[in-house]
Design a protein. Structure first.
Length: 99
């Protein structure tokens, strides 16, 4: 878990687009949001989260292949505390266990 979140950042997620879209509703919580193509926009109080993603070539390590989804986050109209509060919850819902 991060201690702060910039207004814009990018992440490589180890999931397929179908998995991402399955997890997204729960991660958004009660925030109203819309999805179109490879983008989504959520309203967070007086601010917004703009998501844009792109399917990348899989990561290959020996015989293992891991899907990669590159996701761009743009949080606008939110102060540092509001970004942290939303992203902390979002990250908990996107977190996958191992083992």
């Amino acid at each position: 878990m991060q201690s702060s979140y910039a207004e814009q950042f990018q992440r490589d997620m180890g999931c397929t687009e179908a998995e991402w879209l399955g997890w997204l509703p729960a991660a958004m919580g009660d925030c109203p949001w819309q999805h179109a193509g490879q983008t989504a926009v959520a309203t967070i109080g007086a601010g917004r989260l703009h998501l844009r993603w792109q399917v990348m070539p899989p990561r290959v390590i020996a015989l293992m292949r891991m899907p990669v989804l590159r996701v761009n986050f743009a949080l606008e109209g939110l102060d540092a505390q509001e970004r942290y509060a939303f992203m902390k919850r979002f990250d908990l819902y996107m977190q996958r266990g191992g083992g």
